[in-house]
Design a protein. Structure first.
Length: 336
């Protein structure tokens, strides 16, 4: 598939069917190592195929790091881990210019690439670093490039940041700047395992080594699927539904529900609408459909919007959550 936008209807159906089979195989292979978290795996794949990034929030010990490494292994993507700490500096992430002396005594300035020059970046415990260091990822996440000393260096594609975050209430954490939060395609909640899943986890991790994982896809195949996602059509009623959902998160809109006008300071940005549409396309692709349904959009509501709604002081004082706002918005906006 050289150019997804030129596919005929028949070709689009064929490519969609093949993509569904590929993604099913990927999910099955990841499932050999990961217990539970099926929905979380799907949402990470949605971010990747949408050319987005994900923020995973959960208490330590739930397997976030292992999950990300497993995804990189199965997809044959170069993965690097950056451990965020309070003393981490931007140069530790991006790289820096250094003075190098060769065997003949000549000196020259060379750029030493930092760990951001990879395909999957595991930004572990990102909210333990200062806002200055957190912001070092902004250009990479938005533009897939890094600028050092006035020189711009492109990043290897596909590029994806998978950041883990401890709950804000834990000691030694800094809140992420709103500009960076908005650049995350999804914010995902990592739930605690059920009793059955816990039993399976214990059995797998205290017994014989797990089976060796196979590489199911590679970078060219992923980029081809990214093109296919862009080619999937979206009916105008579905697009209108997404636009009405986004505007229903803004308190100044008369058509917004009461909870929005009472407890919300700022609603979702246009990136929220883009995330809903693209995520809907990938969910449709996973189901083997070449069109986006209202259900695909609803499936993406919470991960796409929960971090893009900012509560006002009244909302925070009353214990309101952004998930509660999204629930009210979903019930308020009707499909048409």
């Amino acid at each position: 598939m050289n150019d997804a936008v030129d596919l005929t209807t028949e070709q689009l159906e064929q490519e969609t069917s093949r993509a569904r089979d590929q993604l099913t195989q990927v999910r099955r292979e990841i499932g050999k190592a990961i217990v539970g978290h099926e929905e979380l795996v799907d949402e990470i794949l949605v971010c990747l195929l949408s050319r987005g990034h994900a923020l995973l929030e959960g208490v330590p010990g739930l397997g976030k790091t292992f999950l990300i490494r497993t995804v990189g292994q199965v997809l044959d993507l170069h993965t690097r881990r950056i451990q965020f700490t309070p003393d981490l500096m931007p140069a530790d992430i991006l790289g820096t210019n250094v003075l190098v002396t060769d065997n003949h005594g000549s000196q020259e300035i060379q750029f030493q690439k930092g760990p951001v020059f990879s395909q999957v970046i595991l930004a572990d415990e990102i909210n333990r670093a200062t806002p200055k260091t957190q912001s070092a990822l902004l250009e990479a996440m938005q533009e897939q490039r890094v600028t050092i000393g006035g020189i711009t260096y492109p990043l290897e594609l596909p590029f994806m940041v998978l950041a883990t975050q401890n709950p804000i209430e834990m000691e030694g954490t800094y809140p992420l700047p709103e500009a960076q939060m908005d650049r995350f395609f999804f914010k995902l909640r990592v739930r605690y395992p059920s009793r059955e899943e816990m039993t399976d986890i214990v059995n797998r991790t205290t017994g014989t080594p797990p089976p060796q994982l196979e590489r199911v896809m590679d970078a060219p195949a992923i980029m081809q699927l990214q093109q296919l996602v862009r080619a999937l059509p979206v009916a105008q009623p579905v697009t209108d539904y997404v636009v009405r959902l986004i505007y229903a998160t803004h308190p100044q809109e008369e058509a917004s529900p009461e909870v929005t006008r009472t407890f919300v300071r700022y609603g979702a940005s246009p990136r929220g609408a883009q995330s809903l549409i693209l995520a809907g396309k990938v969910f449709a692709l996973m189901a083997g459909r070449s069109h986006v349904s209202f259900e695909d959009i609803r499936r993406a509501l919470f991960p796409a919007l929960r971090h893009r709604i900012i509560l006002n002081f009244h909302g925070e004082a009353e214990g309101m959550t952004t998930e509660a706002v999204v629930t009210e918005v979903a019930g308020h906006v009707k499909e048409e």
